[in-house]
Design a protein around this ligand. Structure first.
Ligand SMILES: Nc1ncnc2c1ncn2[C@@H]1O[C@H](COP(=O)(O)OP(=O)(O)OP(=O)(O)O)[C@@H](O)[C@H]1O
Length: 624
């Protein structure tokens, strides 16, 4: 559900508020991920410079024609030659500019592609702890929106920037060569324009960090608002839920307006002055002509060329104006890419067995320690159940096995080897995990199950689905295994999604399987069937099951009872019940809860323990 009290630091912003952009970060990213693009960019810049230089040909032709007229040397042949030359220069200029832009866009999209891939790959290698407190909107913005900003700098900034600067320098020299006094008049306003735009940019650049943060907040709030829509609706909290989204929209609009307000007074003066050279050229030129220092053609030349003399600068500053945002984005991208990946030895280790052991494991999410030195063994070939009150650390302990998080101290071993010594690829091959909250990708059901083993044959696929009791309902769907799922598997029921996830784990055929409340959504018949399938699966494998519904683990070889992040007791069901400790209390509560009739006067439901029993009581703890 959208949060209304999200602290600024929890919205995925890795930039501190008010952070200044590093203007070299884009360049560094280009050098790092733009390999092979250097030549393309250089050729593009040369073509663009040539194209812009060709734009000067018509100016020269006019000047030449005016000079000829003034000297009484004009002829039809001369004008025809000048016209042809102008036409050729314009056509060639546009062709070269088109080529330059095509090349620069090619380079830009190659870079964006490389950046997005690098980010997606690197995010997958970051420890889960990095994602804590980050909103999915922020991550989406990081991969989708931020690299896109590089388009402006590579596709436009480099060719147009280089050519604009080149043209401006060439024109300046040309002006001075023709007449240095008129040239001074033509460039007189340029330093003033420079000073104005520098001040305007300095006034907005200080807000770039805050702008970035608010833009991430907006993304996060909108994504969360849409994802939480069902909760928002059923609790009729549209107004309340929107308040964070509306606030994020308002804050973003405020900062944009604020930045515009700070930029506009000086920025507008710059845009006016930068093309106002005629204001100094005309009076100075008329005075100098009157004094006999220059002739009419020279005045015309300065009026034509000098009046637009700063046009390239305008382009340049339009690009610079966006540099703060671009630099902020590239700093953010670099920060993420520089975040150390989860340590991985990359080694394949010969494992003598697939026993899992927790040895004095301590772990916390951030400073808040959740597991306070737990030790237990899950032997290969038997089912080990993790049970305990809500919040006791069952899911957390389970998530340490596939290294979703790394222990803070102690160790988790597989076959006696610290799992941090085993290469991540191998560890992922050795373990399959069914999450409490099943995630299915949009795509077909077959694709989702095959996620566990991409090259699986159709018969392997069906066998896994049958074992997970998913085959029949899949066949009943309109396109069977080829039925496409909505985002997150939205078109299936909770139980169906869970069975697909179990099929995925079964297909993976890993020696270690961790099931976090895997049958929570299953109906009683399916649950019993899935339990049978899982028991069969446990033969020769290490099966670790996190369970709330205690009857599902009555047959477990070992039950590890967690309490407030510590192992309270371990043993088999009967022994633990007989012992009269925490497990016995949990069991009594469970039995009592299952016996509570749903409606006053309804008959009591069957006591647990009987196979295939139908129970219509609210589930302990998982019921919300
Ligand atoms: N991502 C997280 N960030 C911070 N704290 C977390 C996170 N996940 C769990 N916790 C905290 O860790 C503790 C243990 O949670 P965990 O989910 O492991 O318990 P559990 O026994 O599996 O609970 P449940 O039975 O309700 O699923 C809880 O206090 C919980 O608030």
């Amino acid at each position: 559900m959208p949060q209304t009290d999200t602290p600024p630091e929890a919205v995925g912003a890795s930039q501190p508020v008010g952070a200044k952009p590093d203007f070299f970060s884009s360049l560094k990213l280009m050098m790092r991920y733009g390999q092979g693009n250097g030549t393309v960019i250089a050729v593009s810049a040369v073509l663009a410079t040539t194209a812009v230089a060709l734009e000067l040909v018509p100016v020269w032709a006019i000047w030449r024609a005016v000079t000829a007229l003034a000297a009484d040397e004009a002829s039809a042949a001369l004008f025809a030659r000048l016209a042809l030359l102008t036409l050729a220069a314009v056509v060639a200029g546009y062709t070269l500019l088109g080529l330059a832009m095509a090349l620069s866009h090619l380079a830009a999209y190659r870079l964006i592609h490389a950046l997005r891939l690098a980010l997606a790959r690197h995010l997958a290698r970051l420890p889960m702890g990095w994602f804590l407190g980050k909103r999915s909107g922020g991550a989406k913005k990081l991969i989708v929106d931020e690299p896109e900003r590089m388009e402006l700098i590579v596709a436009h900034g480099l060719p147009e920037g280089v050519s604009s600067l080149g043209t401006w320098l060439a024109v300046t020299i040309w002006l001075f060569v023709v007449d240095w006094r008129m040239a001074l008049a033509a460039v007189a306003l340029t330093p003033v324009s420079f000073a104005l735009i520098s001040m305007a940019m300095a006034r907005t650049t200080v807000m770039a960090g805050e702008y970035q943060r608010l833009s991430e907040r907006l993304n996060g709030a909108v994504v969360e608002y849409l994802a939480g829509m069902p909760v928002v609706k059923v609790f009729n909290r549209t107004g309340a839920a929107q308040s964070e989204t509306a606030e994020a929209v308002r804050a973003y609009a405020d900062i944009e307006t604020g930045m515009a307000r700070r930029f506009v007074p000086l920025g507008a003066a710059f845009y006016t002055l930068v093309v106002a050279n005629v204001v100094t050229i005309l009076p100075a030129g008329l005075l100098m002509m009157k004094a006999g220092w220059i002739d009419l053609p020279t005045l015309c030349f300065f009026l034509i060329l000098g009046a637009n003399y700063s046009q390239p600068l305008l382009k340049l500053f339009n690009l610079f104006h966006n540099m703060a945002h671009i630099s902020m984005a590239s700093t953010l991208i670099s920060d993420v890419l520089d975040t150390p990946a989860q340590p991985d030895t990359g080694q394949r280790v010969a494992l003598p067995s697939h026993d899992i052991a927790f040895e004095d494991v301590r772990f916390g999410y951030g400073p808040h320690e959740v597991l306070h030195g737990i030790s237990f063994t899950a032997a290969a070939g038997e089912v080990t159940a993790l049970v305990g009150p809500s919040g006791s650390g069952k899911s957390t302990a389970a998530s340490l096995i596939p290294r979703l998080y790394d222990v803070d101290s102690g160790r988790v071993t597989l076959g006696g080897v610290d799992i941090r010594e085993i290469g991540l690829d191998q560890l992922m091959e050795e373990t399959a995990f069914v999450f409490q909250q099943t995630f299915l990708f949009s795509g077909t059901i077959a694709e989702n199950i095959r996620f566990g083993k991409p090259g699986a044959t159709a018969s392997e696929l069906y066998a896994a689905a049958k074992a997970a009791r998913a085959h029949d309902f899949i066949l009943a769907l309109p396109q069977g295994y080829e039925t496409r799922l909505g985002e997150g598997g939205a078109s299936l029921s909770g139980g169906e999604r869970q069975r697909i996830a179990i099929a995925r784990a079964i297909l993976k055929d890993a020696p270690v399987i961790v099931l976090d409340e895997a049958t929570a959504f299953a109906d009683p018949d399916s649950e019993a069937a899935i339990q049978e399938a899982l028991s069969a699966l446990s033969r020769g494998r290490t099966l670790i099951v996190v369970a709330h519904r205690l009857h599902t683990v009555m047959g477990a070889g070992r039950i590890v009872v967690l309490d407030k992040g510590r192992v309270a007791e371990t043993g088999r069901h009967d022994d633990l019940v007989a012992k009269g400790g925490l497990y016995a209390r949990l069991w009594d509560d469970y039995v009592a809860a299952r016996a509570i009739p749903l409606r006053p006067g309804a008959p009591e439901t069957q006591k647990p323990g009987a196979p295939h029993e139908k129970h219509s009581v609210p589930r302990m703890e998982t019921a919300q």
